[in-house]
Every structure is written in C-alpha cells, then in structure tokens.
Ligand binder design. Structure first.
Ligand code: IMP
Ligand code: MG
Length: 181
C-alpha cells in the first residue's frame, strides 16, 4: 500500500517509541487511580488509536466516552474558534475525569474543553496527551500525563490527520511540505 501518494513523510517516532510512551503513561495512571472508576473522555477524531491502546494497559475499571471538537479548517493553523460537534453523554458531576488528547498545540482546544467540563462539577479532572507541541502554546494548559515532546512540525499517523488522510499510518510522521499542498 502507498498511504501517502505524492507526499514526502519523515518518520519522527517509531511504533516502538510510541508503545513505550503509552505504557509509561498507563503505568502512571495505574499508580494514581487504584480503587477508582474514572470516566475517560477521548477527543475525536485524533485520539482514537491512542485511546484504544492506552485503555488496554489500564488495570482499574474505566468508562469511555467521546467528544468531537473542531478548531481546524482544512489547513494547519488553528482558527481559534472551537466548536463541539458532538458532546459527552455520560453524566459528569462527581466523576473522576481523564481527558485524552492526541496532541496539544496552541492549547485553545483543550482550554475550551476543560472550562466546559469544569462547569459540570467533576470530582477531579486530569489531562492526558500523547504529544506536546509546547513551542506553539498560546493558552497555558496543564498536561498531567504526557507522552512525547514534539517539534513545531505538522504530524500525521497514529490517529493524526492532514485533511482527514494518514490517520492509519503506524508511527508518527512529519509532512515535509506542509499539509495544504
Ligand atoms: P490546539 O487547539 O491548537 O491545541 O489544537 C489541538 C488539535 O489540533 C489537536 O487535538 C489536533 O486534533 C490538531 N492538531 C494540532 N497539531 C496537529 C498536528 O501536527 N497534526 C495533526 N493534528 C494536529
Ligand atoms: Mg485532538
């Protein structure tokens, strides 16, 4: 298969490096959530592979729900406007929440989500992000469980897309000529 016709992709992280990061996050969560039953909220679509891998390492009971947020058009820059395309249906008040994101870039999306979840009075709220592109941060956000620091490049694979393509790639890749061409 040629999953990226016409695009030059440069591998940043192998499947082994990603698996090690996921296992490390899970072991930190296994230490922190003993005897609890948190609600894991995945931010679609980018989280779907990471979340699926992560929850299979957890040895405490979890519920899983999803929210679909969008702040990007078809390009690589955040528009600054976040909208919820679908919402969390599970009741949140009094629950321990773990938000699972693929990547935190400007922080705008996560800040919007955390503010809206806090208004629903969870008993705790933590953030897990596989990737942290901290050099691009515009809004400060705390990441409680972080996988890998990444440079200011546009990344695809392991759930992350460029115009809805490349999510299925194993490993994490940089698109050399950007996302729009
Ligand atoms: P933020 O609001 O700028 O932090 O953007 C967060 C969202 O933008 C992430 O959850 C991703 O869905 C998307 N995003 C940010 N950087 C990348 C990237 O390098 N590749 C693919 N998606 C990205
Ligand atoms: Mg995301």
């Amino acid at each position: 298969m040629s999953p990226a016709p016409g695009k030059k992709l440069i591998q940043l992280f192998s499947t082994e490096q990603i698996s090690a990061a996921v296992a490390r996050i899970a072991s930190d969560m296994n230490r922190d959530y003993v005897g609890k039953n948190p609600l894991v909220i995945g931010v679609l679509k980018g989280c779907f592979i990471f979340l699926a891998d992560l929850v299979r390492h957890l040895d405490f009971p979890v519920e899983v729900d999803f929210i679909t947020l969008s702040s990007y058009g078809s390009g690589t820059q955040t528009s600054g406007n976040v909208c919820a395309i679908s919402r969390v249906r599970t009741p949140i008040a009094g629950r321990d929440l773990i938000v699972v994101e693929d990547i935190v870039d400007s922080g705008v999306t996560l800040d919007f989500l955390l503010n809206s979840l806090r208004r629903k009075k969870p008993s705790s709220l933590r953030v897990c992000a596989l990737l942290d592109k901290s050099s691009r941060r515009r809004v400060p956000v705390q990441i409680d469980y972080k996988g890998l620091d990444v440079p200011d490049k546009f990344l695809v694979g392991y759930g992350l897309d460029c115009d809805q393509q490349f999510r299925q790639l194993a490993g994490l890749w940089e698109i050399a000529e950007g996302c729009e061409e």
